[in-house]
Design a protein around this ligand. Sequence first.
Ligand code: B12
Ligand code: SF4
Length: 501
Amino acid sequence: MNKVILFNPRSAVAKHRVPNAILNIAASVNGIFEWVVVDGNCEDDPYARIRGLLLTGAYKYIGITVMPGPQTKQAIPFSKKIKSEFPDTVMIWGGYFPTNHYRTVLESGYVDFVINGPGDHAFPQLLDALENNKPWELIKNLIYRDAQGNIIKSTKADLIEQDTLAPLPYDELNEMYPIRQHYLGKTWLGSHTLAYHSSIGCPFTCSFCAVVPTYEARWKAKSAQRVYNDIKYIRDTWGANAIEFHDNNFFVSEKRAVDFSRLITPEKMNWWGMARIDTMDRFHDESLAQIREAGCRIIFFGAESGNDTVLKQLDKGGTQSGEMILRFAERMKKFDIIPEYSFVLGTPAPTPEQVMGQIEAEIEFIRKVKKANPNTEIVLYTYSPVPAEGSELFEQVQASGFSFPKKLEDWIDPQWESFDLRKNPLTPWLQPEMIQKIRDFETVLNGAYPTVSDLRVTGLRKKLLQKMSALRYHTNFYRAPYEIKFFHRLWKYRQPEIQGF
Ligand code: B12
Ligand code: SF4
């Protein structure tokens, strides 16, 4: 039987996380096919490693996970090279990037299949069909080109009950890349931080979010007990002492969050997760207290905007409002949980004055949040469109003249990388001075309130930075903050949204 290479292209320069996407795919074929993980985060020359494996003649299938941005830098040129050097290799891409941009990916000519969303069933079924000459056209969650070159999308499968999935093959991964050495990094949560994914999807449909086309407003979670068992295993076997939950929306169910909190409390681990403000605002005080007691120190919330009309434009859904965002920041003080609020600035508006007016209003609002709870961490994103077919916002975006690259290789152009990092979105309505305004404010804000997650900017350095930025912040003067930038650069100030949380 032909073997499988599972490739995780480099996604971060340091603090590499367990490659959860590729490990889920490994679990789906474990015991059926022989597989090997090549982790671009841990290899000096991952192409040489893949090439070496292919030269043995034992490997025919290569599965690659691709998140937009940095992962495309290895995924695209490597796939092209592999296909030209080893044309019989079957190239299968999965993850957020190919799911959202499948047309460009398949039209490249060197990717054979895209897995559309979850691959836990689709991937082993596809390999089985290819290996045994069975038809694969009816496999769900598959996108491919037919003999005429037309792009065909099969139907989407229901989300899988997560407790029925095979366990993640941590022991096998450990033999390839020792877990303690490679994947349990030092963060401010703990000296050995584990990245864990306890649920998939999200029940909401925000029009700027790539999770929506992938999971179509559905959410499925592992039970609290299963999550606890996995974490306990990693804690006991490799010494993890903190957890980052990478779920899009960890706290959808109050009961599951509280059940998990009860189980994990005795383990004394710090942890972090992502949530919605309106969902958690409904949690009882006792639940929030229990969650904090269980070690939850900080929660990431998509606040997005203080303006209710913009929240509507973003299809934020639920009951979130500017008033609630402020009130909730204040409420979190009582529980000593840090709210980490992300904002999306630079959404389209009819005139440039209105776009600028909205940016200024958001800056004002963020200042109010800081006043309500100075410990609130602020993450600033610039609105970058995602291809949310049928959403009003995306129609507006297309009408403005914005379009995604037509060729796969164009995605590795530096300007599109910057787009993916949500720092410079290339949207026609956003003028350079608007982007400058956002970045200058961000610099001053990060000077006046440095993130707690930076282990280098602490003590005296932190005090100096704060002192230097205070006058600018308090007088609302953000233009050209070179002196703050200098120290950020000197101390390699970290931005959690790009470098990991
Ligand atoms: C962890 C993570 C990171 C980590 C990567 C850590 C690492 N492993 O090295 C870090 C922090 C570095 C990161 C960075 C970025 N990230 Co990120 N990240 C995630 C996160 C939270 C989890 C990904 C994950 O592991 N999922 C777990 C697996 C099990 O789920 P999955 O990926 O959906 O996989 C399933 C399917 O997609 C499919 N599948 C996936 N891969 C493959 C491969 C094959 C072969 C097959 C068959 C199937 C398949 O099957 C899997 C199992 O069902 C996701 C959000 C999320 N919750 O998924 C965002 C997410 C993927 N990131 C995103 C983005 C945009 C980024 C950035 C590019 C920009 C930014 N500012 O956030 C930066 C890049 C900066 C940089 N320097 O790298 C976006 C993508 C949006 C989009 N437009 O597509 C997401 C969706 C967050 C969001 N809601 O916006 N990220
Ligand atoms: S609530 Fe968060 S994860 Fe869910 S669709 Fe909205 S932005 Fe995406």
